[in-house]
Design a protein around this ligand. Structure first.
Ligand code: MLT
Length: 406
């Protein structure tokens, strides 16, 4: 008899964003004339930067001629892209990361979901609440949690992020082995200072723990004092893996390209206490289960680091940040407490009512899709997340409609 992985039965019936998409589709079907503005899932709306498009086209031409055609590429990514990333994102900030510590992939969602495979099933995990659901769901699938009771999975150390701590998690009170952090944060849009991040790095070093640092939204950081990478913090090379994405940085949500940094000095331990390089384990996993991102896409990503690419990416980010500022201003003027949106594309709003009710109200009365905070965890109850990824005109229209509806 074929048996299922019982752990899947502990999951909520569907993934948060699939659930929202189903509700929006149902609403659209029963209200075919309503114009819906989507400020829910963080999906970009603007075209790729011209420098990326030009590189993409040129690479397609390479594939059209036998002399320049490429078949399978290196699973870890082409050297041209790994070198551009190491120089552009790390060495330029004084972070000591080499090209061969970078693994190019098709998405930070996949990498943050897959990385847990490397670690034992009986480790203790610390996960912020609210949180990007992929971290938690993939650990549930792997059997690292008990049942879902009272809005929380048994066996997880939740790091509550609330108004009281400015939505920045505090060190756990009980020992943990694996820690998920995300800054600028999804969903709250909050950031972390270098000093606060250092306390996490120090904790991990002192406790032989490991930090999974999701920096998919780092391009939105405009405050020069805030860290853009965890490797700006001394000692992070020994204890942290960082995830990055071109999705939100350069509009690659449909194009797919991301990368994960696994420093060679990062160790994890077997049950005798012997240290093993995580880099070698991830390389083994990556080469076994992944065949690389397509050549034209990697050329398009490389163009992000050219001088014109950098300027165009900056314009793209500034465009969405202007939307975020508008959301902050308008929702603030309506009297809502909010955070995020200044170094982040997400604004986290205290709706002072059930999240899903507020979601339904905005959809039904304003035709605006947001993301209910409760979908990100128990501490998200009462909040909604509004995303800045849409045109400025649509964000203006959405804000006017919300004002009327409320
Ligand atoms: C989000 O809206 O939280 C993100 O777009 C989801 C993702 O990047 O997978």
């Amino acid at each position: 008899m074929i048996r299922i992985n019982d752990h899947y039965l502990k999951l909520k019936a569907s993934y948060l964003f699939s659930d929202i998409a189903k509700r929006v589709t149902a609403f659209q079907q029963s209200n075919p004339d309503r114009d819906i503005i989507r400020l829910g899932i963080g999906d970009v709306t603007r075209a790729l930067p011209q420098a990326c498009i030009d590189a993409f086209h040129a690479a397609v031409d390479d594939m059209a001629a036998e002399k320049t055609f490429r078949g399978y590429g290196p699973e870890q990514g082409y050297d041209f892209l790994r070198k551009a990333i190491a120089a552009g994102d790390y060495q330029s900030r004084g972070a000591d990361i080499d090209a061969d510590e970078i693994f190019v992939s098709d998405g930070a969602k996949c990498d943050t979901g897959n990385i847990q495979e490397l670690f034992a099933t009986d480790i203790t995990i610390a996960i912020p609440d609210p949180v990007y659901p992929v971290y938690l769901d993939t650990n549930v699938m792997a059997g690292r949690t008990g049942a879902f009771e009272g809005g929380k999975y048994q066996g997880i150390v939740y790091l509550d992020c609330t108004k009281a701590n400015n939505f920045v998690p505090e060190l756990p009170k009980t020992p943990v082995d694996l820690i998920y952090l995300c800054f600028p944060n999804n969903p709250t849009g909050t950031t972390i200072t270098k000093d606060a991040l250092k306390t996490w790095v120090d904790y991990a070093r002192d406790n032989k723990a490991l930090i999974l640092y999701d920096a998919a939204y780092e391009a939105f950081v405009t405050d020069p004092d805030l860290p853009r990478t965890i490797y700006e913090i001394e000692g992070a090379r020994e204890v942290a893996i960082e995830f990055r994405s071109f999705s939100k940085t350069a509009g690659f949500t449909g194009t797919r390209c991301a990368f994960t940094v696994v420093p060679k000095s990062l160790m994890a331990y077997d049950d005798t206490g012997k240290a093993h390089a995580v880099h070698a384990l991830w390389n083994r996993r990556h080469t076994t289960k992944f065949n690389g991102v397509s050549y034209p896409v990697q050329r398009a990503a490389e163009a992000v680091y050219s001088e014109t690419g950098k300027t165009q990416v900056r314009e793209l980010i500034d465009y969405y940040l202007k939307n975020a500022a508008l959301i902050r201003r308008e929702m603030g003027a309506l009297g809502y407490d909010l955070v995020g949106g200044d170094n982040s594309p997400y604004v986290w709003i205290d709706g002072r009512t059930d999240s899903w009710e507020f979601f339904d109200l905005l959809l039904n009365k304003a035709g605006v899709v947001c993301t209910p905070g409760a979908g990100f965890g128990a501490c998200g109850q009462g909040f909604i997340r509004i995303s800045a990824f849409n045109s400025y005109e649509n964000v203006e229209k959405a804000m006017a409609r919300i004002k009327d509806a409320l």
